[in-house]
Design a protein around this ligand. Structure first.
Ligand code: SF4
Length: 517
């Protein structure tokens, strides 16, 4: 289980450009951490992917190479220069090479980096854990665990007296002595880097001391004494026994305690994220264009058909379909989106909630609360299952989004906490077994349809739950079962482009055509 995920770190984010959060955005974060390890001075980079993993077949088309290079150049995941990363790398003089080698690992999303400049060489191994989250698991052959939620100081030294000196200082967070075969690293996780005076003092004590400073890449930092009020749905219901709070209030409470920020700040942060999603919808409807793309501009036509009353009347569903299509088009043209919970599934939740809210005339505040309710369901999924399609297929992405959107829709309609949880349970139950088989190795087809299906399912389940339909299986048990089902989906159908629609004749022709573009 991950330690205390945050709605803003793990569920509603990152804010990014590119086709896939687990490829494009996770790799930017990793690249930025690697850049810091090299003090911003990189000459040669070797990136190795395992042939049995997902990245071997998807690193180029789904944006891992782009994200890594953006990170090596010090960019953010939403930097507009990402689209021209190859030219920028050429100009920077950094040699970037990718090799597919047997890494003897059992995770599908492993990055092995060897970084060199004229003075030093460092190695880093990291995992993309889904939805843009990463974990650096090894630096210079020493086991570490860094997810980018701290200011990390690494002191390379054999001298134990440094440790004594550091322990005398009043640190709020963690100091660990990490022993390797050839190297010894003292790792300090804190809310800031060491003061200049402390570093000067250390350097005066030990000659040739090497200090590396790796900046956080997540928006919400962690703390050693950090706690959360609950980790799963069962604990939350117990916590709520005498309070009778709405789901969004429980979400605010969770995030406020987790991030050490006020309830007001939590709501304001969510409002800003919702605004970015609204911009993505607006930009998509305005019209988008991008050469490396299968689908054209379809949202404009859909809008025109709604306005001409040429479509079946599905209540708010047509507005939802329009908004999902617009967001997915923005994503596929390298526009800015929010991975919620992932980039592939970035349309379902905002499409459902913003689409419904626009017709229900809901305020910004009410909309932010609905997103927070969706967010807390995401926390439970993050703790009990995964958002990574490489581990759990599309049920991990669009399935999760469906469960989260269902809870958000109930909240938007001012439904009870129980209804929101039941809606999430039902929507997840209906999503089991969804495979990930992107056409032409691009995150467009069947991704658009699956986002629409996720939101339609969410809408149905929200109404069913508010009409007191019986979800039968409690949410916590559903998430547990979902995790088991996801992991039993064959490797070929978990974002490897080795099965399903990915290997159809048309998919292969499209892939070749896009490659030649
Ligand atoms: S099929 Fe689903 S999981 Fe796979 S890339 Fe598309 S949206 Fe993501």
């Amino acid at each position: 289980m991950k330690k205390n995920p945050s709605i803003f770190n793990d569920v509603m984010g990152p804010i990014m450009r590119g086709p896939s959060s687990s490829h494009s955005a996770a790799s930017v974060r990793l690249g930025r951490m690697a850049r810091d390890l090299m003090d911003g001075n990189i000459k040669d980079i070797l990136v190795e992917f395992d042939p049995k993993g997902s990245l071997a077949t998807t690193h180029d088309s789904q944006g891992s190479d782009m994200g890594l290079c953006g990170g090596f150049l010090g960019w953010e995941a939403y930097d507009e220069r990402l689209v021209n990363y190859k030219e920028a790398m050429d100009e920077s003089g950094i040699n970037f090479k990718v090799e597919i080698n047997d890494l003897n690992v059992d995770h599908p999303n492993i990055y092995k980096l060897t970084l060199k400049n004229d003075k030093e060489t460092h190695k880093m191994i990291a995992i993309s854990t889904g939805g843009g989250m990463i974990e650096v698991i090894e630096i210079d052959s020493i086991q570490v665990s860094m997810i980018g939620d701290y200011y990390e100081t690494l002191i390379y030294s054999e001298e134990t007296k440094i440790l004594d000196y550091l322990k005398d200082l009043s640190f709020t967070d963690k100091i660990t002595d990490l022993e390797g075969i050839d190297t010894n690293i003292i790792e300090i996780k804190d809310q800031k880097f060491l003061d200049e005076e402390v570093k000067k003092n250390l350097r005066s004590k030990i000659k040739g001391l090497v200090i590396k400073e790796i900046k956080p890449v997540l928006p919400i930092l962690s703390r050693e004494e950090m706690d959360v009020p609950f980790n799963n749905c069962e604990e939350m219901l117990k916590y709520n026994e005498n309070k009778n709070w709405d789901l969004w209030e429980l979400a605010v409470q969770y995030e406020s305690i987790r991030g050490n920020i006020s309830s007001k700040e939590v709501i304001e942060k969510m409002k800003k994220i919702v605004q970015i999603m609204k911009d993505a919808i607006f930009n998509g409807i305005e019209g988008t264009n991008y050469s490396d793309r299968i689908l054209g501009y379809q949202s404009g036509e859909f809008k025109a058909q709604i306005e001409a009353n040429k479509l079946l009347d599905c209540g708010i569903l047509n507005q939802i379909i329009l908004y999902i299509t617009a967001i997915m088009e923005t994503k596929s043209s390298m526009g800015v989106i929010v991975a919620a919970p992932t980039a592939g599934a970035c349309g379902a939740i905002p499409g459902a909630l913003i689409g419904a809210a626009s017709l229900m005339k809901k305020s910004e505040e009410e909309l932010a609360k609905a997103f927070l309710a969706a967010g807390i369901i995401g926390i439970f999924i993050s703790n009990g299952a995964t958002f990574s399609a490489e581990i759990g297929g599309c049920q991990a992405e669009c399935g999760s989004a469906s469960g989260m959107a269902a809870a958000g829709l109930v909240t938007l309609k001012e439904g009870k906490t129980k209804s929101a949880i039941d809606a999430a349970s039902m929507a997840l139950q209906n999503s089991f077994g969804m495979v990930c088989d992107p056409v032409a190795n691009r995150v467009e087809v069947p991704c658009l349809g699956k986002n629409v299906m996720a939101a339609s399912n969410a809408l149905s389940c929200a109404n069913m739950a508010m009409a007191n339909f019986d979800a039968v299986i409690p949410l916590g048990e559903v998430i547990k079962a979902m995790n088991n089902v996801g992991r039993s989906i064959p490797h070929e159908l978990r974002c490897t482009a080795l099965g399903g629609l990915s290997i159809t004749k048309t998919s292969k022709i499209l892939e070749e055509k896009l490659r030649n573009n």
